[in-house]
Design a protein around this ligand. Structure first.
Ligand code: NAD
Length: 349
């Protein structure tokens, strides 16, 4: 599309996360929200009247896909509906930004990747907003550059709590068909993604999972422990539960032959490089990145992180310029594929 025109966006799904998408598009001078859509008319109308003044609303996504004045869509619906909506949008010539998790199973993921490949003229981006935050970004670069030597191990965790009320509020949550899983694919997927992205990706996963405290409430896991073989030969582990005490506690650590680094609750917790001159340089890089990052972004809920604005700006830029977005469907799918590999392994016992 000509690069001077504003990107005309429709947001599909007007629940919790849509508010943040709408706020971020409102902050972007190169985008305007022209339509919102939700199966529930009251949600769609509320979003149009309160969060996207001037936008029209509908309950039928097909109307959005047929509309000539919509260039791009943000898909903010339950996981189980992402594949059908994203494929229909791309087939209708719309650029797509799809919330995590891209899909609920490997079959749907393949359909989305096929649609992405069939439409190289369109932007197909997956939301992993934490990849845009300064600390994960600089750690990704430093690990790739070998600042900590060859990576031996990486470990991650998210401990949080979701109660019965949370799962009963929306019918899709805690179901295999519409959420795809629970603790790993929903709350923990961001940290699982950062672990894999910073460590350079994984080639296989094994897992044990359980429903320890949500029996009769959800059919999916509330607790899972995953072991991963990294692409670089190292080994990694990730553990999460959404049945702990009410909190949101995350940890990611990376141990290489020349040093180690740890993030706790998205902040730098420790950084050690055997060569102290090299350590000073690495610390300076991290500090500079954090200073630059501190100036950015309005905040959503704290634990969503600060990256949505940066990711939506990146999506709008990609649509206007035809350049690759920072997280394509293919990029995001690497993490989804490991989620599904872990679930398949856990199901096999
Ligand atoms: N990136 C993040 O940090 C983050 C945070 C929260 C949620 N999310 C993701 O955002 C997505 C939505 O989560 P939520 O908490 O907002 O859910 P939600 O249940 O609050 O909202 C989803 C909305 O989508 C609507 N919907 C479902 N199918 C539809 C269709 N075919 N057409 C139109 N509307 C449809 C529902 O009626 C509902 O209002 C999920 O993928 C979730 O994982 C991401």
């Amino acid at each position: 599309m000509p690069s001077r025109k504003k990107v005309r966006v429709a947001v599909i799904g007007c629940g919790v996360i849509s508010e943040l998408h709408l706020r971020c598009y409102a902050h972007n001078p190169d985008a305007e929200v022209v339509a919102v859509c939700d199966l529930l008319p009251e949600r769609a109308r509320f979003a149009a009247e309160n969060r996207a003044p001037g936008a029209r609303w509908t309950t039928d996504a097909a109307e959005i896909f047929a509309a000539p004045d919509v260039d791009a869509v943000s898909i903010c619906t339950d996981h189980g509906s992402h594949a059908a909506l994203a494929c229909a949008a791309l087939d209708a010539g719309k650029h797509v930004l799809c919330e995590k998790s891209l899909a609920v199973n490997a079959r749907d993921l393949r359909k989305m990747l096929a649609a992405e490949a069939a439409h190289p003229e369109l932007v197909a981006a997956g939301v992993f907003q934490h990849r845009f935050e300064p600390l994960p970004r600089v750690l990704h670069e430093l690990v790739a550059e070998g600042a900590f030597g060859r990576l031996l191990t990486a470990a991650g965790s998210l401990y949080t709590f979701r109660g019965a009320d949370y799962f009963r509020k929306d019918a899709w949550r805690g179901t295999k068909r519409r959420e795809g899983g629970s603790a790993l694919i929903n709350q923990a997927i961001h940290y699982f993604d950062l672990l894999l992205w910073i460590a350079g990706g994984a080639e296989s996963a094994r897992a044990l999972s359980a429903n320890l405290a949500h029996e009769g409430v959800i059919e999916t896991e509330d607790t899972i422990a995953v072991s991963l073989r990294l692409k670089n030969g190292g080994l990694a582990s990730f553990v999460t539960t959404n049945a702990g005490i009410p909190q949101w506690e995350s940890q990611l650590s990376f141990q290489g032959t020349a040093g180690s680094v740890e993030m706790r609750d998205e902040k730098l917790a420790s950084l050690v490089v055997a060569d102290k001159k090299a350590e000073a340089k690495v610390r300076a890089r991290v500090e500079k990145a954090l200073e630059a990052g501190a100036k950015l972004f309005p905040k959503g809920k704290d634990y969503y992180g600060t990256g949505h604005q940066a990711q939506i700006d990146d999506f709008v830029r990609a649509v206007r310029t035809g350049k690759r977005p920072r997280v394509t469907f293919s990029d995001a799918a690497e993490t989804d594929a490991m989620v599904f590999a872990a679930y398949a392994s856990a199901a096999r016992g």
